[in-house]
Write a protein that binds this ligand. Structure first.
Ligand SMILES: [Fe+2]
Ligand SMILES: [Fe+2]
Length: 192
């Protein structure tokens, strides 16, 4: 994998930072507005998430500054809803996108030889994964599968940014390690 430039890394980290701001705002608002007895436990969890996202934002901004970049000030847009389930789904979609992006960023940082950066991102990714699990548990669903970025995709920022579970067109084999039961493993022509 060809290393990306320092300027490209700054740009990508600023996208990550804007996503962290988005997460802080979403968790602050959702944790205080989510209603219903069965969501009281997750409301407390969301408060914790908000604080962890602030910690991530500071770490990412520090890395941007280290690379001589300027940290952005605008968050990605935050969706709102009156329904608790909607809020939790918005959070889960955001966490999934965040995980995909940080996994790429780690590979990109290592390709650049920026091992301290990759170390910081690895610490963040552990917490993002916990956030995703908390949300999936609250919704009573399985942890969503995260598509592992291929090294070739690492230059593309926009992998699965809409947070949809599958961006694969109908009839094509999804690019996951475990194909669903409906797509036989031995089928020819499937991409690995
Ligand atoms: Fe975060
Ligand atoms: Fe998170």
């Amino acid at each position: 994998m060809n290393p990306i430039t320092r300027d490209e890394m700054i740009k990508l980290l600023n996208e990550d930072l804007a996503r962290e701001y988005q997460a802080i705002i979403a968790y602050v608002v959702y944790s205080q507005t989510i209603k219903g007895a069965k969501f009281q436990h997750i409301a407390k969890e969301l408060e914790k998430h908000a604080k962890e996202e602030l910690d991530h934002a500071i770490k990412v901004a520090k890395q941007i500054d280290y690379l001589n970049g300027k940290p952005v000030t605008e968050p990605k847009p935050v969706k709102v809803s009156d329904k608790a389930e909607d809020m939790l789904h918005f959070d889960m979609d955001n966490e999934r996108t965040t995980l995909v992006q940080y996994r790429q960023r780690i590979q990109q940082a290592e390709a650049m030889g920026e091992f301290a950066l990759s170390e910081v991102l690895r610490e963040i990714v552990v917490q993002e994964q916990e956030h995703l699990t908390d949300l999936a548990n609250a919704l009573g669903i399985d942890n969503p599968k995260i598509e592992a970025p291929k090294p070739d995709d690492a230059k593309n920022e926009g992998v699965n940014t809409n947070g949809e579970k599958s961006a694969t067109p109908k009839g094509e084999t999804p690019k996951t390690e475990n194909p669903p039961a409906s797509s036989p493993k031995n089928q020819k022509g499937g991409k690995k």
